[in-house]
Design a protein around this ligand. Sequence first.
Ligand code: NAD
Length: 335
Amino acid sequence: MKVAVFSTKPYDQTFLTRANEGHSHELTFFEPRLTLETMPLAVGYTAVCIFVNDQLNAQAIEALAAGGTKLIALRCAGFNNVDLEAAEQHGLTVARVPAYSPHAVAEHTVALLLTLNRKIHKAYSRVRDGNLSLDGLLGFDVHGKTVGIVGTGRIGIEVAKLMRGFGCELLAYDLYPNETCREIGVTYTTLPELFAQSDIITLHCPLTPETYHLINPESISQMKPGAVLLNTSRGALIDTTAVIEGLKTGQIGHLGLDVYEEEADLFFEDLSNQVIQDDVFARLLTLPNVLVTGHQAFFTDTAMYNIANTTINNITSFAHNGRVDNQVTLADVVA
Ligand code: NAD
């Protein structure tokens, strides 16, 4: 099958090319994101393969269908960037990689927490500079703290297991509480209660109209003063301006982000020689108790291997039967 692969970096090319051995799809790698503007590149390709910041709104989907595309193969788990209603209307199948390594994202979440708490990022540069003083490096014991997990799906469960290992109390909120979490010792509660009781709040629910700006002035005011907030899910779960206010007053004590609501124009690029135009993002980077990584939580060798293999299998299955196991439909949004 002819596949146009968008938002590709050298590592995507390496893993996808290897996974394609024996499948023989004709993969064409494009560096730009797939948006309405870059849509002409997709004309004539039966499948497009996209990532988290490609934007397939209704207009883009209409153009994609007009160009002859039948399959949208997401090489990620989240699908908030694809208008599924428009895809259904235009007869386009949407496939994703539902699970490639929940461990990768869960472990990165804990890495953000420990780095922020024990100020490893500061210690690293200090020690290299010959400064071995401890002033300003005071942390806290994670043991015994209450962790509030919003969304206890594949990744949330792994975070629960890791934090249980640290000896934390575990609270969670999910539309569909699960037994695995209860067995680990998670107590399900309401969102306001989770915000009020948790020392550490970590977001693992998908971005949907209901979860957009879940963290907003009201929810921030419900939090324990000095709470740690972690987001490795999707940027728009957080109203960033409100969180900056919370950081300025001390209501939020630490912020660890792997995702940012306006990340599409920033992330995955080397901007070190440019002036960052996004003032909200630039402000975040000035705060000593904020740690931002550029959507790298998924980025392990295991995850990349699994993403590439599932993506190629999705494409092969569609080529053979016109169907995919990992199809995403409107029902998944409602479910
Ligand atoms: P999942 O589908 O297994 O779990 C999501 C959970 O959220 C489910 O239990 C679901 O019931 C719950 N949920 C849905 N709506 C909710 C709501 N309104 N309130 C509370 N809970 C709600 O997904 P997952 O594999 O655990 O991934 C979680 C998210 O992590 C994905 O949606 C994706 O956006 C993000 N993600 C980020 C990275 C990264 O590199 N930073 C990598 C993979 C996934």
